[in-house]
Design a protein around this ligand. Structure first.
Ligand code: SAM
Ligand code: SF4
Length: 473
């Protein structure tokens, strides 16, 4: 058995000042003029400061809340357009040395069924995901000596190498424990996209209460600076997140914005994505429900994050129920998972029901990828499996979408349409295919650049009539 990187100290600073953030949230509610001025800054595509974000978080007046929601909707449509990127999680192993109080994988949970996919099982899960049309995965691991950097890198390589027919995974992201710089270098060399680490809660006292001292995850600073080490180790594409429901949601939003600004300042590139999972039922769960986040406040989390960090992708996961996901997409979400199963081996072994003892927590939306695609299409979104920027070395694509005039028209929409066409030809059911063909026609008609329309049409025809796939702009 190989070992985890030895416990070391990170000399970087702790940039979360609980007292300051708490004081910002205790200030009186912002008035209409102040909210309008802050929102105008976001709509001019400038990131907000922690202080400005805090002003939006003080708002409880329904009319001012509506102003914030409307601005988030505008920013989303004006800047990101109607694309939604799709991915699926793939849980590799549930062994864990930590004891996070909210998680079914915690070491003190006797009900958890511990399992790690072996090579053949991993390939089987990947083939099953590919057969449904997935192209982008996030691999998820507990924190355990068995899941060291070499192991993670090897599993990534196995995923990329597992192909059948038109099935292939073109982007593998990771959600795993923080490593040392050397560990990240090894993992990066396997060709990963984003490395995600969620801080869970940025509030020190709560963090300490939920992550027992003496466990790996009990070291706040090691985790807080985990993605800075990732950057140093060459993973310049990182995802931050907080688990909502552990502490005051408004504080967590300030933590996420502080983290984002810190990475931007230190490495000249902010996080690629922000995740905001809400705590879900889990096997043997014991978390105080005092901090539960209502659906209304969850919508505020998304809208205010959209306004605070206009360059960053926002991920809404299948933890949430289908109907809520559908409503929340409009407020600035850019990525969702679909057809997700999180039992280890769940893509081939789980039936329609979820088995809590076999998974980290319960999912709210276990519709198939095809069903989610159909709904997105009927709602006017372009589901995208695009992996083009990252594979062509155009990293920081969200930044470029903003910064380069015409970027979405030249790259994002054409690539989204080509990957959608692949899905329609290779995997879709009849309803999805009809809705998809109609949306593609509409998008082609809306293109103002005649040469681009011709190029896209040629590629779409090639996908329909030949074996050509993966045609990137
Ligand atoms: N073990 C690694 C870690 O903790 O960083 C990998 C991540 S864990 C398997 C994925 C994420 O799921 C955690 O970071 C946490 O935010 C989230 N999570 C854990 N328990 C949860 C629950 N009961 N409901 C919703 N999300 C949960
Ligand atoms: Fe382990 Fe991660 Fe679960 Fe904590 S959240 S118990 S580290 S799998």
């Amino acid at each position: 058995m190989s070992s985890l990187p030895r416990v070391q100290k990170d000399d970087r600073p702790d940039f979360i000042d609980d007292a300051h953030l708490t004081e910002l949230l205790a200030r009186p509610q912002a008035d209409a003029a102040e909210v309008q001025a802050i929102v105008a800054k976001s709509l001019a595509k400038q990131a907000l400061s922690v202080e400005e974000t805090a002003r939006l978080l003080t708002v409880t007046d329904p009319a001012l809340e509506e102003l914030i929601f409307q601005a988030a909707r505008d920013l989303k449509t004006r800047v990101y357009g109607n694309r939604i990127v799709l991915f699926a999680p793939l849980y590799i192993g549930s062994k864990c040395v930590n004891d996070c109080q909210y998680c079914a994988f915690r070491r003190s949970n006797p009900e958890a069924i511990r399992r790690t996919l072996d090579d053949a099982e991993l390939r089987e899960q990947v083939l099953s995901l590919e057969a449904r049309g997935h192209k982008r995965l996030i691999l998820v691991y507990g924190e355990h000596p068995d899941y060291d950097a070499d192991y993670i890198a090897a599993s990534v390589r196995t995923v990329y190498a597992t192909k059948k027919g038109h099935g292939e995974i073109r982007r593998v992201n990771i959600n795993a424990a923080p490593f040392d710089v050397e560990g990240y270098r090894k993992i990066k060399a396997s060709g990963i996209g984003t490395y995600q680490i969620f801080m869970e809660t940025y509030y020190h006292e709560t963090y300490a209460a939920l992550h027992p001292k003496g466990t790996r995850k009990g070291d706040y600073l090691w985790r807080l600076q985990g993605l800075s080490r990732a950057m140093e180790g060459g993973c310049d594409d990182v995802g931050i997140g907080a688990l909502f429901g552990l502490y005051d949601w408004r504080f967590e939003v300030l933590g996420l914005v502080s983290h984002s600004l810190y990475l931007q300042q230190e490495f000249k590139v902010g996080p690629h994505t922000i995740s905001f999972p809400r705590i879900q039922p889990a096997s043997g769960l014991k978390v105080d429900d005092k901090w539960q986040v209502s659906d209304h406040n969850f919508k505020k989390v998304i809208a205010i994050l959209r306004l605070a960090v206009p360059y960053t992708g926002l991920i809404l996961t299948a933890r949430e129920k289908a109907s809520l996901r559908r409503d929340l997409l409009a407020f600035g979400v850019s990525q969702i998972d679909a057809g997700s199963r999180i039992e280890i081996g769940g893509y081939t072994e789980a039936g329609d029901a979820q088995v809590l003892e076999r998974e980290q927590f319960q999912l709210g939306d276990i519709r198939s990828l095809d069903e989610v695609m159909a709904e997105l299409l009927l709602d006017g979104y372009i589901p995208s499996f695009c992996t083009s920027c990252y594979r062509l070395g155009r990293t920081g694509e969200h930044f470029m979408e903003f910064a380069i005039p015409g970027f979405i028209k030249r790259f994002c929409t054409p690539n989204a349409l080509c990957t959608l066409q692949e899905f329609l030809v290779d995997y879709a059911g009849p309803q999805t295919r009809a809705a998809g063909e109609a949306l593609i026609q509409k998008e082609l008609e809306a293109m103002t650049d005649e040469a681009m329309r011709r190029m896209v049409t040629e590629r779409l025809e090639a996908i329909k009539n030949t074996e050509a796939r993966d045609l990137n702009f």
